[in-house]
Structures are given as structure tokens and as C-alpha cells.
Design a protein around this ligand. Structure first.
Ligand SMILES: Cc1cc2nc3c(=O)[nH]c(=O)nc-3n(C[C@H](O)[C@H](O)[C@H](O)COP(=O)(O)OP(=O)(O)OC[C@H]3O[C@@H](n4cnc5c(N)ncnc54)[C@H](O)[C@@H]3O)c2cc1C
Length: 333
């Protein structure tokens, strides 16, 4: 294959560069940011499915990332003083990357970049819709992708929720690492440890101030401590007619953004990257049905998280109390 140009040095673009390089295909990654991303909020790196294995074995890289390895996922309601459910976070044995990591995004990107040959990533190199390098162009430039904008005329649309993010000091005796979700009508909070901090994400339709004041003390105090949190309006896009047109192909959020309620965006970008480097012609057919299922499950997950108080919400809480948050085992099949 000719040289490949990749727009975007996020998780998708960097893992694509690693996968192409493992197959002997030279790549250049054009990243808009002028410098490596500083610090950064947390990200849950869920395991990926076995079929995504490519020539590049990422397992040693995951081990190199500074990360917490959550032992369990727990859920609770807005006023419940104790967990409504708790379940091991260990993924099914068949997952290729049997590591469920919670880490800082900047650490993850740093480890991926460092594994590439020097000069592969060009920082401060924004790509616009007219960019047509020789060879293949991979649009891995995220939700507001310029590469996608040159192929299809659709626009991202706001899904009605904003995520408020903050890094808080770890408590003096943090205990074993756990990903905790508190669910309430039209809003939820997720907290998990990353190296040196507790990563907090509060999702609600309106302002953060007052949104969790009626919730029980552990959540209310975390949300108060998060102020002033960084706001991140949540957007998505309709599925495009195709992910590929001629010598231009999309992956990750540029192809299929999804709400973050299943914490699968990065995992799907990584799977895309492996599949693309393996078989350009079969890439979309191989990936699209699975990704559409993950997108639908992410949307459904948000609906389930935000159920209004009532019989359906009580049934959900009973289910979680009995057997924990759903494992979504099919993700690893
Ligand atoms: C609040 C929140 C929490 C989330 N939590 C999780 C989680 O826990 N786990 C998970 O798996 N997913 C999570 N996600 C989703 C995840 O962040 C994305 O799905 C994932 O980052 C997509 O990777 P990507 O490489 O496709 O795009 P991005 O990560 O967006 O990377 C795109 C890159 O392209 C660059 N770029 C943009 N435009 C240009 C241009 N014109 N030219 C050159 N470069 C450009 C950007 O600077 C960026 O570096 C979360 C999302 C949100 C909003």
C-alpha cells in the first residue's frame, strides 16, 4: 500500500498509525494541536474484541500506561446510602486486551505517540477539507471532522446533555479501585480513580449548580468539589451514507460518534484502526454492523441511566441490585 496520511492524532489516529506501521506501511499523522495534550481528564479503556487483533500488538503499550485497574463496577441511586449493585469489572476471558484500565487521556496518547517512529506525528498540522495527499487519507479527526465535512454535508447535533468533568484529590484511604455510577432521573454521575486523582463526570441537561443538591451526601459533596467543572456539550451525528469515498476513509468519532454512556468510543476507534490496516476494501463491511450495534446500545444506555422516577426505574434498580450493571458480554464476542 502507498503511504498513508492520517488526519487527527487522537486514540483512533495513533492506533491506526501503529497498525499500518506494523504492516510496513509508512504513515504521517497530522495533528491540529500544536503540543501534546496536557494532563487531561480520565478515560475508561474497555477491553476490545478478539477479532480486532492486527499485526500491531498493543498489549505491551497498555501495560506501559499509568493506570488504575478497576476491580468492580458499582451503581447506586440518588438517595441510596449504599450500593445498589456491585460486580467484578473483570472482562470475559476471550477479550483480546483483558485489561480494563482507567487512565488519563494524555498518558494514553503519550504512550501511543512514543511507540511510533520519530517524525510520524506532525503537531500543529491542521487538515482542512481540501487536503488531498497522494495515497490514502484517513479521517481520524473526531466528532467535528473536517475530512468528513468534505465528503458529506451533515452536521453534529446536540443530544440535550452536558458532561461536567473534574479531577478531584483522591481520599486519604481510597480503597480498591471501583468505577461507580449514580443514576437518577435525567442525570447521572460517574467516578473512578486515575493515577493521582479521582475522575468525576456529571451528566445533566441543565447547569451543574443545584442539579445534584437533593442527592445523598457522597454524591452531592463530590459534585460540589468539582466546581468549577469543565463543560463538554454532548453531540452526535447521523450515520453517514458510507465511511469511505475513493481514497478517503473515516474512522473513530469521525465515522460514528456515540454518546459516552457505554464508555466505548475509544475502544471502537481502536478496533476500527486494526480492521482498516488489515483490509482496506473489507473495512466498512467488517466494522459497520458492530459499530451500529454499539452506537444503539450507547443511546439505549443513556435512556436507561436517565429513566424518570416510576415503575420502569424501580424495575431497573431491582435488576441492578440483583445482578449489578449489565456486562454487555456481546461486546467481546
Ligand atoms: C465526557 C466524555 C467522556 C468519555 N469517556 C470515554 C471513556 O471513558 N471511554 C471511551 O472509550 N470513550 C469515552 N469517550 C469517547 C471518546 O473520547 C471518543 O470516542 C474517542 O476519543 C474517539 O477517538 P478519535 O481518535 O476518533 O477522536 P478524538 O479523540 O476526538 O481525536 C481526534 C483528534 O483529531 C484532532 N483534530 C481535530 N480536527 C483536526 C484537523 N482538522 N486536523 C488535524 N487534527 C485534527 C484533535 O485535536 C484530536 O487529537 C468520552 C467522550 C466524552 C465526551
Amino acid at each position: 500500500m502507498d503511504a498513508v496520511s492520517i488526519a487527527g492524532g487522537g486514540v483512533g489516529g495513533l492506533t491506526a498509525a501503529l497498525a499500518f506501521a506494523a504492516g510496513g506501511v509508512p504513515c504521517t499523522v497530522h495533528e491540529r494541536r500544536p503540543a501534546p495534550a496536557p494532563g487531561g481528564f480520565g478515560i475508561q479503556r474497555r477491553p476490545t474484541r478478539p477479532a480486532c487483533s492486527s499485526g500491531s500488538d498493543l498489549a505491551p503499550l497498555w501495560r506501559r500506561c499509568r493506570s488504575a485497574r478497576p476491580r468492580a463496577r458499582s451503581a447506586a441511586g440518588p438517595t441510596a446510602p449504599c450500593w445498589a449493585g456491585s460486580r467484578s469489572a473483570r472482562p470475559p476471558r476471550r477479550a483480546t486486551a483483558p485489561l480494563y484500565l482507567t487512565l488519563r487521556r494524555a498518558d494514553l496518547l503519550g504512550v501511543l505517540s512514543d511507540a511510533l517512529a520519530p517524525g510520524t506525528v506532525r503537531l500543529g498540522s491542521p487538515v482542512d477539507g481540501s487536503f488531498r495527499p497522494p495515497g490514502l487519507l484517513v479521517g481520524a479527526d473526531g466528532l467535528h471532522s473536517s475530512v468528513r465535512g468534505a465528503l458529506w454535508a451533515d452536521e453534529p447535533h446536540y443530544i440535550g446533555y452536558t458532561a461536567y468533568r473534574a479531577l478531584l484529590p483522591l481520599p486519604p484511604d481510597p480503597g480498591p479501585p471501583v468505577v461507580t455510577v449514580w443514576l437518577g432521573s435525567g442525570r447521572h454521575v460517574v467516578a473512578y480513580p486515575v493515577p493521582g486523582a479521582l475522575n468525576l463526570v456529571a451528566v445533566t441537561a441543565g447547569p451543574l449548580e443545584g442539579a445534584f443538591e437533593s442527592w445523598h451526601a457522597p454524591v452531592r459533596d463530590l459534585v460540589r468539589a468539582a466546581a468549577p467543572a469543565t463543560q463538554h456539550a454532548l453531540f452526535t451525528r447521523d450515520a453517514p451514507p458510507a465511511w469511505q469515498r475513493g481514497r478517503v476513509v473515516l474512522l473513530g468519532d469521525a465515522a460514528h460518534p456515540m454518546p459516552p454512556f457505554l464508555a466505548q468510543g475509544a475502544a471502537q476507534a481502536i478496533e476500527d484502526a486494526a480492521a482498516l490496516a488489515l483490509d482496506l476494501d473489507g473495512y466498512e463491511a467488517a466494522r459497520r454492523p458492530r459499530v451500529e450495534r454499539v452506537v444503539a446500545a450507547s443511546v439505549a444506555g443513556g435512556r436507561e441511566y436517565h429513566l424518570p422516577d416510576g415503575p420502569e426505574q424501580r424495575r431497573r434498580d431491582e435488576r441492578i441490585a440483583a445482578s449489578g450493571l449489565p456486562d454487555q458480554d456481546w461486546l467481546y464476542a
